[in-house]
Ligand binder design. Structure first.
Ligand SMILES: CC(C)(COP(=O)(O)OP(=O)(O)OC[C@H]1O[C@@H](n2cnc3c(N)ncnc32)[C@H](O)[C@@H]1OP(=O)(O)O)[C@@H](O)C(=O)NCCC(=O)NCCS
Length: 178
């Protein structure tokens, strides 16, 4: 478990599959995310049940609000390579009522802290659609910098969009903890 100022990061329970399914079917939440082929609630539950335990190569954490215990999203560090110490990060909050209150920033900083301090990562990378201004603002607040632009890689509503690749090196995290 990882504790931030506003949120706690902890493992997902299979019983929480319905929330995950609902978030994945909300067009506002999925606006700038790759939603692939739709899965049924039963399939999402089975995936959670059959998921191997969290480990170096794949850490999937639920984001829970400390103040009221609400499950509001997820954050994941995946594909970490021991040879390079580089991992990819995914972040999203599925509960829209909780947007704009600093929860994503706190979840991101907490997961990065865990990645650098506990997993001894050297670098955390991510990709984000260039139109996803709220997400880019959250990543920049934590210290991520744009490293490149992938042209025409994300398709939504019949249009192609670019993505930024962003990265954060150990020692670069802009933390709000003393
Ligand atoms: C993007 C997302 C993670 C932000 O979560 P959040 O909890 O609202 O984020 P925070 O409250 O911590 O911070 C949001 C910041 O973005 C800013 N912001 C919001 N909308 C913005 C916009 N259109 N343009 C620029 N900045 C914006 C806010 O002002 C705030 O910055 P501030 O604290 O300096 O004022 C959340 O909306 C989400 O999960 N969206 C759907 C999934 C998604 O897109 N995930 C990212 C995939 S790469």
């Amino acid at each position: 478990m990882v504790c931030g100022k506003l949120v706690k990061l902890r493992a997902f329970e299979p019983a929480e599959a319905d929330a995950l399914w609902r978030w994945n079917h909300d067009p506002d939440v999925m606006r700038w995310m790759d939603d692939g082929y739709a899965a049924s609630a039963a399939q999402v539950r089975r995936r959670l049940e059959e998921r191997p335990s969290n480990s170096y190569g794949d850490v999937l954490y639920a984001v829970e609000v400390l103040a009221d215990g609400a499950l509001i999203g997820l954050v994941r560090l995946r594909d970490a390579e021991p040879e390079t110490g580089v991992a990819e990060l995914d972040l999203y909050l599925g509960e829209k009522d909780y947007w704009g209150r600093g929860y994503a920033t706190d979840a991101l900083r907490s997961m990065c802290r865990f990645g650098f301090e506990d997993m001894r990562l050297h670098k955390i990378s991510l990709t984000v659609v260039t139109e996803n201004h709220a997400a880019i603002s959250v990543y920049k607040k934590a210290g991520f910098v744009e490293e490149g632009r992938l042209r025409s890689v994300f398709r939504r509503d019949g249009r192609w969009y670019d993505q930024f690749t962003m990265g954060l090196l150990e020692g670069e995290l802009l933390d709000d903890r003393p």
